[in-house]
Design a protein around this ligand. Sequence first.
Ligand SMILES: Cc1cc2nc3c(=O)[nH]c(=O)nc-3n(C[C@H](O)[C@H](O)[C@H](O)COP(=O)(O)OP(=O)(O)OC[C@H]3O[C@@H](n4cnc5c(N)ncnc54)[C@H](O)[C@@H]3O)c2cc1C
Length: 465
Amino acid sequence: MHVLMIGGSDAGISAALRARELDPAADVTVVLTDAYPNFSICGIPYYVSGEVTHWRNLAHRTLADLEAAGMRLRPDTTARRIDVPGRKLLVTTAEGGEEVLGYDKLVIGTGAVPVRPPISGLAGPDALGPADGVHLLHSMGDTFAVMRTLEQAAPSSAVIVGAGYIGLEMADALTVRGLQVTQMEQLPEVLPTVDPQLGALVHAELAGHGVEVLTGTTVQAISTAPPGGSGRLQVTAAAADGTAVTRPADMVLVVVGVRPDTALAAEAGATLGTRGAIAVDPMMRTGLPDIFAAGDCVITHHRLLGQTYLPLGTTAHKQGRVAGENALGGTRQFAGSLGTQVVKIFDQAAARTGLRDHEATAAGYDPVTVETAADDHKAYYPGSHRITIRVTGDRTTGRLLGMQLFGHKNAEIAKRTDIAATAIYHGMTVDAVSDLDLSYTPPLGSPWDAVQMAAQAWVRETRPR
Ligand SMILES: Cc1cc2nc3c(=O)[nH]c(=O)nc-3n(C[C@H](O)[C@H](O)[C@H](O)COP(=O)(O)OP(=O)(O)OC[C@H]3O[C@@H](n4cnc5c(N)ncnc54)[C@H](O)[C@@H]3O)c2cc1C
């Protein structure tokens, strides 16, 4: 049995590891277009900030670890065409030649590519790029280009286009490196994946660390600075009221999201679904014989919403593992995502799981969201922090639908969000969250955990009067 994986990141490597784990005799090959198998691209901001001191430390596993797991790695090898009936993959090799690889089962894990928004200066023959200090950020190659700009051009200012979680992490990272950062976001508040009430708290954290945050600001052009201008580049945008905004910058980072990389699969005849991602069933089958797909290139089944596109590393790992198992004849199903995510911004963290009010309404629920604040541990013990928690539940059934949290990075925001994710996964009511037997000692918690106090506030607010 020869199992072939296309893509050496979270999805492809997870599939390969699972296949080898289940059958140490399986012949497993991973082809990847770059030379960085199993690198944690989620860790890129912390290498840029200097907190991770060498790029090699971003590897989830070393090359030796991967080889010890028994897979064959083919770096600098690009998959070009899938011959579905012949079960063959045409690749261009590291040496520049062509080669045909046979397979019994194929797993496509080609991931995503960064979106290049319609901003003048980013496309066309005169487009600005890394050599000019203008960067997109997704791969290790992009990271090395950013580091070259930082080390060789020694920029003192940066504009970040986009205030999603990667934009925020990069604002943190570049500020830590000593740059003056301006963040431009076209939506009314930063981190639009959480409610604006929490986005405003993130906004304040950015501003408190010296980041100039311009929301409601649509970037229109990036150009080289006019003669006598103060930066190397100039960013021109329109504020919500239509006024022109310009900022000089020595470097510009454009991080406005990703789109699935599906050309190879689509050309082979795979069906595409939400946001153009590869349609897969819960077993990660594409519908093409013997071809599975996983990670940022595929649609994601959401447990409350059905088909979505949710490109996240945690999901790519799980889907890859399912694909690897099923490539060996298994019948495992991807259980579905709840869109659980967390981001650190300087000293704070923001997280969400499940649905926000408007998403729940669109999905046919009758949602109510109640915000409360609670201490992460008993306030009499030093170092306690307030956590802001927004609980969304269904008024009709009492079912917990979503939770959003904001608080200090040491206040266990991520793990408290995971309590909510676990409760939503199991279809619990908001009220039942109070019944969970959670741990307590004053330096680390409270007899009622902050999540339980938030659940109780929701029940109080929504009970019939
Ligand atoms: C800066 C940053 C921070 C992030 N932080 C988080 C986080 O904190 N938490 C989280 O959950 N997610 C995070 N993510 C998202 C997460 O990294 C991705 O969801 C995840 O890496 C997707 O994995 P993947 O294997 O599907 O695809 P990708 O990581 O996109 O990898 C695709 C792979 O396919 C290869 N490939 C593509 N085309 C071909 C071809 N034709 N032939 C051969 N090989 C090919 C590529 O070389 C690569 O190896 C972050 C992403 C970025 C960029």
